[in-house]
Design a protein around this ligand. Structure first.
Ligand code: PLP
Length: 408
């Protein structure tokens, strides 16, 4: 699909970091899967907070505390609209995707008993594997994995073996961070619901690429990181359905998550505060609200079409290079490409790309089971965002060819 109404050049002007160069070379940032760059409005908002508004939230009657609290809670409303959640209090601020998944594993995990089953997939980021392995180990639960095929897609042929009446939780990624596959989460949610399983979707690689509507998806939890959607690091969102969050015990004890504390015990606060113990990342949360508002002001369909153009173009150009093998060849893919060149080590290729001003990621991308499946130590991953261009892809291809010549 050709994008006609998406002005990438003017959008790039919003991002100061995209204008840096490396010596004579432009700087091409293709590591968006790891973190996104930040628009000027977000950077300015963080400064404004510390310059003019810094005060703790929810605790003071004084003016600054009230301003901070209002702005902090405004971010919650923005995120609710962004995800189309039903209530503001279904939005829990976390430190990121990892933190959100660990919150669910720890809190929801207390409600599981020996023999209960958790289903994840072989495509998951370590953040969506290790917390469940730890929980399964502690509580004698059974952890099952959806297998994958050579294209990097889930194999759901034996779904009736994978999801049974013992399945209490399914935790799966919306988009694979190492292969880019857009997973059929709708199908797994539908199947899980038949058995009353709760479903967590890890949206860390989805939320910055296409519209997510948690009510339409009908998942129980949706988690993502602020820094991957143009917001500050150390911020994240756990969306949870009100009834599910209400049934869960608190995650951490401390200030803000209580109503009353006496020597004999504690009455816990209501949602969302029940899950937000201690002073939060106030500036970060306010910055995240601004990042999401900025992102919502851009036509999501145009973003998806532009990123898909980049993906198709980069696929085409890469495929012309002798010895290239692309990992993750599903028809449903987000804008990232994992590949290897003959038997060249990904780290060597990444280093030579870096010397020419191209930032890609090399390694296992925190998905060692995926690498194990393909029998490789890692890949080179180029991941694109809405501000990347075809000219940058051309430069990347030129730099890659040069790196290959130097290494061969
Ligand atoms: N899940 C996926 C799919 C990811 O891509 C990542 C990060 O790359 C994470 C989880 C962990 O995110 P964070 O390190 O921001 O907590």
């Amino acid at each position: 699909m050709q994008v006609t109404h998406f002005d990438v050049e003017s959008l790039r002007k919003d991002f100061p970091l995209l204008n840096i160069s490396q010596g004579k070379n432009p700087y091409v940032y293709f590591d968006n899967g790891a973190t996104s760059q930040k628009p000027q409005v977000v950077i300015d908002r963080l400064k404004q907070y510390y310059d003019q508004e810094n005060a703790n939230v929810h605790r003071g009657v004084h003016q600054l505390s009230q301003i901070s609290t209002d702005n902090f809670e405004e971010s919650r409303r923005i995120v609710r609209r962004f995800l189309n959640a039903e209530y503001d209090h279904e939005i829990i601020f976390t430190a990121g995707t990892t933190n959100g998944i660990n919150l669910v594993a720890t809190s929801f995990g207390t409600m599981l008993s020996e023999g209960d089953e958790i289903l994840i997939s072989e495509l998951e980021h370590h953040s969506n594997i290790v917390p469940w392995q730890m929980l399964a180990h502690d509580k004698n639960l059974v952890l099952k994995y959806i297998p994958i095929n050579n294209k990097g897609e889930w194999i759901l042929d034996d779904i009736s073996d994978l999801i049974t009446d013992k399945t209490k939780l399914i935790a799966v990624s919306h988009v694979s961070n190492s292969l880019g596959t857009i997973n059929p989460v709708e199908k797994i949610i539908e199947e899980g619901k038949k058995f009353g399983a709760k479903i967590l979707v890890d949206g860390a690689q989805a939320i910055q690429h296409f519209k997510v509507d948690v009510q339409k998806l009908d998942c129980d939890f949706y988690v993502f990181s602020g820094h991957k959607v143009f917001g500050p690091t150390g911020t994240g969102i756990l969306y949870g359905k009100e009834s599910v969050l209400n049934a869960m015990p608190p995650y951490q004890g401390g200030g803000d998550m209580i109503k009353t504390v006496s020597m004999s015990g504690t009455v816990y606060n209501e949602l969302p505060h029940k899950f937000e113990a201690g002073t939060p990342n106030i500036a970060g949360v306010i910055g995240l609200g601004v990042a999401i508002e900025w992102f919502m002001s851009i036509d999501t369909e145009a973003v998806a079409a532009h990123e898909n153009d980049l993906l198709v173009y980069a696929h085409e150009k890469l495929s012309e290079i002798e010895g290239i093998k692309i990992y993750g060849t599903s028809d449903k893919k987000c804008s990232l490409i994992s590949f290897l060149v003959g038997d060249l080590h990904p780290y060597d290729v990444g280093t030579l790309l870096n010397q020419q001003g191209v930032a890609v990621r090399t390694g296992h991308h925190c998905t060692q089971p995926v690498m194990e499946y393909y029998g490789i130590p890692g890949t080179i991953r180029a991941s694109f965002s809405l501000y990347n261009t075809k000219e940058e892809v051309d430069y990347f291809i030129k730099a890659l060819k040069r790196a290959i010549r130097m290494l061969s």
